[in-house]
Write a protein that binds this ligand. Structure first.
Ligand code: F6P
Length: 547
């Protein structure tokens, strides 16, 4: 954090210690308009943050923190295409991929909109042709698409294809989309066992086209395909999505089947680029456009809404309060929307790869905590698994609840029951249940006093646990675009406050390097070098078990 921000953080810490014991419920008692004042809306998306333990004073200090950390100047630098990814000397311009205005967007003095629209048009033509059967495989119309990628080249499209399932189920002939990411051969073999080679389209998605997992899976898919359909059919069945067009050519994928993007698109921000091809194939170019429009609306909101109405800014500030002032270590994302089942995993990469950093932009070790641990599962499943800890555990876990007003699939009263559960959880987390309430309930049940005294402490809920709720009309492509972009900007604001580079990921490198070093030893090569007691022991045990 820069010094001016540190000063405000100190004020926030003092404010927090002065308001210890403040109950969220009391904030409602003291302000009948709290819901209206502590919620905001953009393009139909409601963000309710009233069930967080923050008052006007907290908010005004948090907004001061944002100004003192130069968040607004940094936001402008982001949108202006400055090289804010300083360790890789790159601009960060994934917002341009969803820019549907006539405005120019420049990176390094060049308008990048022409190239973006050209690739999107090529993707649309290709997707339409695959969907209507005019581009076919060796065995006829494509029945299946297999996206081979990992990290940002997998999580985004996999999450979004699942999220928007109702938008592909609408059309019968749309190919089924599968995802392969793991180097574990089980992943690709499970998928290959399901798909007919002669009507399967393989998408090799990799920004760098060097990632071990993707290249290994791509080679396996290619050999399997050649065995089934012959070498000559490869060009009709393989597509590449990458920034490394020389490497895609080397792999043998024709230029006409290669969809490019650029180094100013980070892997975890690439769903809006050619990496979204599998999603476009699933939902069609028109729905893909709506998805982009939702994100663009969120970009406009982030740039133009006043601080007090700015959803990503507020999400970020509340998160910083929880992390740096209250000391909460994790953040749960709980979609009450089964189709968002992969959303928490997607946000894990977005947030933890972006803000899991301990060195500031000044090259010095930070002296405050940065990104929280992000996790979650859809409700109501989580209620029957880990909510026990959220309600009664020793850690306080700020949680985001995501709920649609209407279901895409209306079946009886399922949706009303789902929503009742979501609202009930945020209420229970805030209200809790006192010992007096528990005792009186047990008395009413006719329990004797000794038994009441024994059981009551276990049935008390401390409450006062913070939650925020997103309520949206329905999980449409537009809404999904909005949601993702809101979280992207939240992550950006937090990185700006912590003064870290949210757009590099050097922390993934060491493991990759050591895996390359270890591979020959795992394959059985002898080595005189001692690595360390544990790894040497594991290698020995591994070879013994296999012999
Ligand atoms: O290892 C991390 C990472 O670089 C992610 O940032 C990225 O999304 C993923 O690997 C996949 O990279 P690529 O698209 O270049 O294969």
């Amino acid at each position: 954090m820069i010094d001016t921000a540190k000063l405000v953080l100190r004020k926030l810490i003092e404010h927090h210690s002065n308001t210890k014991g403040q109950m969220i419920l009391e904030l409602f008692d003291g302000n009948p308009n709290r819901f209206d004042e502590y919620s905001c809306e953009h393009d139909g998306m409601l963000f309710d943050y009233s069930k967080n333990n923050i008052s006007e004073q907290t908010l005004s200090l948090l907004l001061e923190l944002a100004s003192s950390a130069a968040v607004f100047e940094k936001r402008d630098a982001l949108f202006a295409g400055m090289h804010i990814n300083t360790t890789e000397d790159r601009a960060v311009q994934h917002m341009a991929l969803r820019n549907n205005s006539a405005d120019k967007v420049e990176v390094d003095g060049q308008d990048i909109m022409g190239n973006i629209l050209e690739v999107r048009e090529a993707m649309s033509i290709f997707s339409r042709a695959v969907r209507n059967g005019s581009i076919k495989g060796k065995g006829g119309r494509f029945t299946d698409v297999v996206n081979i990628g990992i990290g940002g080249s997998d999580l985004g499209p996999a999450m979004a294809v699942a999220a928007l399932a109702p938008y592909h189920a609408l059309e019968d002939d749309v190919p089924n989309v599968h995802f392969v990411s793991n180097i574990d051969g089980a992943d690709i073999s499970d998928v290959l066992a399901k798909v007919p080679a002669s009507t399967t389209l393989f998408i090799i998605a990799s920004k760098t086209f060097t990632t071990q997992e993707t290249m290994t899976n791509a080679a396996t898919a290619r050999s399997w395909f050649v065995r089934e359909c012959g070498e000559n059919a490869v060009q009709d069945h393989f597509v590449a999505l990458s920034t490394a067009l020389d490497r895609t050519a080397e792999f043998g994928i024709d230029e006409s089947r290669t969809f490019g993007f650029w180094d100013w698109v980070g892997g975890r921000y690439s769903i809006w680029s050619a990496i979204g091809l599998s999603l476009m194939l699933a939902i069609g170019p028109e729905h893909f456009e709506e998805f982009l429009n939702g994100a663009h609306a969120a970009d406009n909101h982030f740039q133009k809404a006043s601080p007090r109405e700015n959803i990503p800014l507020l999400m970020a500030l509340i998160g910083v309060y929880h992390r740096n002032v209250c000391g909460y270590e994790t953040h749960a994302v709980l979609p009450y929307d089964q189709h968002l089942s992969r959303f928490p995993a997607y946000l894990q990469q977005l947030d933890m790869e972006s803000n899991g950093k301990r060195i500031g932009l000044d090259g010095e070790e930070v002296d405050n905590d940065t990104g929280p641990i992000v996790w979650g599962e859809p409700g109501t499943n989580g209620q029957h698994a880990f909510y026990q800890l959220i309600h009664q555990g020793t850690s306080i876990i700020p949680s985001d609840f995501l709920v649609a007003a209407q279901a895409n699939d209306v079946i009886g009263d399922h949706h009303e029951k789902l929503v009742a559960n979501a609202f009930a959880q945020t209420e229970a987390l805030m209200l809790g249940k006192t010992k007096a309430q528990v005792v009186s309930e047990l008395k009413l049940k006719g329990m004797d006093e000794d038994e009441i005294n024994r059981l009551a402490p276990h049935k008390v809920f401390p409450g006062n646990r913070p939650t925020s709720t997103f309520l949206y009309p329905k999980l449409t492509p537009f809404v999904l675009g909005q949601l993702i972009a809101l979280y992207e900007h939240k992550v950006f604001v937090q990185g700006a406050i912590w003064n870290i580079n949210s757009f590099d990921q050097w922390g993934v490198e060491l493991g990759k390097e050591l895996a390359s070093e270890l591979l020959p030893l795992v394959m059985g090569e002898e080595s005189e070098n001692v690595r360390n007691g544990s790894t040497d022991g594991l290698l020995k045990a591994f070879h013994q078990m296999r012999s």
